[in-house]
Design a protein around this ligand. Structure first.
Ligand code: GLN
Length: 284
């Protein structure tokens, strides 16, 4: 099935609108917007001849204007591909990022048997992308996701339903693991770690500030979380936590003070330490 669009109607002017706004790869973005509006695949959007309703054209123009205002494609479409699934995202949730997939890869390396009944706790779950992707890999695993933002939890619950795993996950509105009982094999956490003063690309500012900023030094969340973890872990629990550029030493110091030891550093595609794995320290 092809969505066939008249160049003269939207292409030229829409692509130019995006280009003038400084959007890189305007044609690619336009194609995504058209595919979404016409309910067809990106690959099937052909840019010639006319086959599009006035309403669709209008909707595309509106979305182009939003994109020209630097709203990310993910927020306009309300969805992001992450790991093997499509996740809903809104203005109340941090968009899933490619680095987040390192969590799933790392868990898969640690736990080879995918029938194991692993228990997961995800602190600051947002869309739930980390937790739900892990649960989707382990058919007998269960998980708890926590977020301070009620509206984010609605999105996470919707994603759990979309992935068909709502029965294996519970979501709670809490400050980190406050009032969370039980011990978990794996703790996942991608906390807000950007320094309050850091200047960010315009697109990033569409993510909720509470999910991005971690105080003046970016370390506030780590300082809050590590002292609280003890009650929810056993001696073999793994704590997987994402860090910002250059934060490895500072985060390790915080963790060590709370008697955790670093067991693995996972690097992202740019070779930057991105996810740290800790366990309870064996040194007494
Ligand atoms: N856990 C979610 C993610 O990694 C949200 C993280 C956050 O809001 N800081 O995408």
């Amino acid at each position: 099935m092809f969505a066939v669009i008249d160049k003269s109607l939207i292409l030229q002017s829409s692509a130019k609108t995006l280009q003038d706004a400084g959007i890189e790869r305007p044609w690619r973005e336009l194609r995504h917007l058209v595919a979404d509006e016409c309910c067809c695949r990106y690959e099937d959007v052909m840019f010639f001849d006319v086959q599009i309703s006035d309403q669709q054209l209008n909707n595309i123009r509106n979305k182009v204007n939003r994109r020209a205002n630097h709203e990310p494609l993910s927020k306009i479409l309300g969805k992001v591909n992450f790991w093997k699934h499509v996740f809903c995202t809104t203005k109340d949730t941090l968009d899933p990022r490619p680095e987040g997939e390192l969590f799933v890869e790392t868990v898969l390396e640690y736990y080879k048997d995918q029938n194991q009944p692993i228990t997961f706790l995800d602190l600051g779950t947002g869309t739930g992308c980390l937790l739900l992707s892990c649960l989707s890999e382990y058919c007998n695993a269960i998980g708890v996701g926590v977020d301070i933002c009620e509206k984010a939890l609605l999105v996470a619950r919707q994603n759990a339903t979309n992935l068909g795993i709502a029965k294996r996950v519970s979501f709670y509105k809490e400050v980190w693991n406050n009032n969370i009982h039980g011990v978990f094999d794996v703790i996942l956490c991608n906390p807000p770690y950007i320094k309050n003063t850091e200047k960010l690309p315009k697109e990033v500012l569409w993510d909720p500030a509470i999910a991005l900023f971690g105080g003046d030094d970016g370390l506030r969340a780590y300082q809050e979380i590590f002292p609280m973890l003890r009650k929810n872990i056993h001696e073999n629990s793994k704590i997987l936590i994402e860090i910002g550029v250059g934060q490895q030493n500072d985060v390790c110091k915080i963790a060590t003070t709370e008697h955790f030891q670093l067991t693995k550093t996972v690097y992202d595609l740019q070779n930057i330490p991105r996810v740290l794995v800790f366990r309870l320290s064996t040194v007494v």
